[in-house]
Design a protein around this ligand. Structure first.
Ligand code: FAD
Length: 455
């Protein structure tokens, strides 16, 4: 039997989840289809977690406009969803007169493009904002409106909101073929066939393969790997803001930033790769990052690196998002969401809805949305074990001592309408095993709780 929908969103990365949430506000039958067992398991699980304003994205591009809109919408909508934003601001720092010329030009371009909050500042200001930064910085752009977010809870919150408000969700369902049927499409998955009037391809790193299923050859994927180092929480007092270099049109450079979880991260590298599934960290990549970290903040050399990870950017052959409406075919390509998709997701969702809704005859807006709130995993917020003794004692029984994750939080994650289907997904939902010991002490217990709840 084929399940019938008005809209099928293919791919539950942060972009697909935001788009599904957008359509959940309308009287439409929408389904979110994900190849993997869990959402947010592609490009969206490995990034720098910066909420960009769009100011350092090439002006006049669709990407710049949607990142700016995504940033504004995130600030407005994230608090109700329980998603954190740490208003750290950012310093785009330069170290010599030649770079200073580029910085001034960048500042002028930003202001001409309407980004007025970025301010040129000198060494005294830099020292006050980042006292542990190596001496020698000659200038910076201070952007007070940039900050950091939780990269894992964001797609989860969007998807949970979508599902709570009527969107169907099918995981472990890689779309394997796409066949024209009437005006719409039949999508085949191992979980059964799905018919949809309109398909929105949000398959991220694998978007070119989904495009090919529909016969489109004008979309070329160019994945780009980015490696990261994560410093122990002991290093967190060394930095309260984002420190980054002047970006080039193709690479935003190595940045150092706090994380909402209380660490310091350094990265990413930028490596063109052929295989979007090549998520290796390399000795050379990590050595480059460690050298950059020590150069920028020498005191980091006294702190431990507790984790390394890798992300892969869903780049294409163009230096821009590739959002291609194909109205004759009822297919929308939403790809090439390369380095800014976490920031741009809500802007992209609004833009895509604007492309699709005029085509839908009976797309009335729902009177109200059911509110959804995810637990904050931000180190600045109180965690359950820190609260007064709650009725549920499991909320005080710590399982992961590095991150202070309780039995109650793990059980609550497992009881979600979108439960984690793997230990890695549980880690992203709760922070269990994400701390200094990387699960050395708690993994067996977490696995047993996971197996008990999942089984
Ligand atoms: C190193 C790095 C640093 C970054 N830093 C930042 C940052 O600081 N700020 C920021 O805003 N952005 C940042 N980004 C960018 C951001 O992470 C991406 O733009 C975003 O995650 C892209 O999301 P997506 O939903 O388009 O793709 P993905 O997350 O890849 O989602 C695509 C989904 O489609 C699924 N899929 C694939 N094929 C199929 C199929 N056949 N059927 C069904 N499902 C399928 C996949 O399993 C996957 O879940 C960074 C990215 C990287 C790699």
């Amino acid at each position: 039997m084929t399940d019938a929908y008005d809209i099928a969103v293919v791919g539950a990365g942060v972009v697909g989840c935001a788009i599904a949430r957008e359509f959940s506000r309308y009287e439409l039958r929408t389904i979110l289809i994900e190849a993997r067992s869990d959402l947010g398991d592609g490009a969206s699980k490995g990034n720098s977690a910066i909420l960009s304003t769009g100011a350092d994205t090439p002006s006049g591009t669709l990407e710049c406009r949607l990142v700016t809109r995504g940033h504004a919408r995130y600030l407005a909508e994230a608090p109700a969803l329980g998603l954190p934003f740490l208003a750290t601001g950012s310093l785009t720092v330069v170290w010599n007169e030649e770079e200073l010329v580029r910085l001034r030009a960048m500042h002028d371009e930003m202001h001409a493009a309407g980004f007025r909050t970025g301010e040129l500042v000198g060494p005294d200001f830099i020292r006050a904002k980042a006292p542990h930064l190596a001496p020698g910085a000659v200038g910076a752009i201070w952007e007070p409106e940039e900050g950091i977010v939780d990269p894992f809870s964001t797609p989860y919150a969007y998807a949970l909101d979508a599902v709570t408000n009527g969107v169907a969700y099918r995981a472990s369902a890689p779309v394997a073929s796409a066949t024209r049927h009437g005006g719409g499409w039949i999508l085949d998955t191992p979980q059964g066939a799905i018919s949809a009037d309109i398909v929105i391809n949000c398959a991220g790193l694998w978007a070119d393969r989904v495009e090919a299923l529909a016969g489109y050859a004008d979309f070329v994927g160019r994945p780009r790997r980015g490696q990261f180092l994560v410093y122990d929480k002991s290093a967190r007092p060394l930095l309260d803001t984002i420190v980054k270099p002047v970006p080039s049109p193709t690479y935003r450079g190595i940045l150092i930033a706090p994380t909402v979880f209380g660490n310091i991260l350094v990265g990413p590298t930028a490596e063109e790769i052929d295989d979007p599934d090549d998520w290796r960290t390399t000795r050379e990549g990590l050595a480059t990052l460690e050298a950059a970290a020590h150069r920028l903040i020498p005191a980091l050399a006294r702190h431990e690196i507790t984790a390394t990870y890798c992300g892969v950017r869903p780049g294409t052959d163009r230096p821009e998002y590739r959002i291609i409406p194909r109205p004759d075919a009822n297919w929308v390509t939403v790809g090439g969401i390369r380095s800014t998709g976490l920031s741009g997701a809500l802007g992209i969702a609004e833009h895509v809805a604007g492309l699709v809704l005029p085509e839908m005859k009976r797309a009335a807006r729902k009177a109200r949305a059911v509110p959804v709130r995810v637990p904050s995993l931000c180190a600045a917020d109180a965690r359950p074990w820190q609260a007064m003794m709650p009725a549920d004692r499991a909320m005080h029984e710590i399982v992961c001592h590095c991150e202070g994750v309780t039995l109650g939080e793990i059980r609550a994650a497992m009881a979600s309408p979108l439960p984690p289907r793997s230990l890695k997904a549980l880690k992203r939902r709760t922070r269990a095993m994400f701390g200094r010991c990387q699960g050395f002490h708690c993994a067996a217990r977490v696995q047993a709780i996971f197996d008990g709840a999942a089984g």
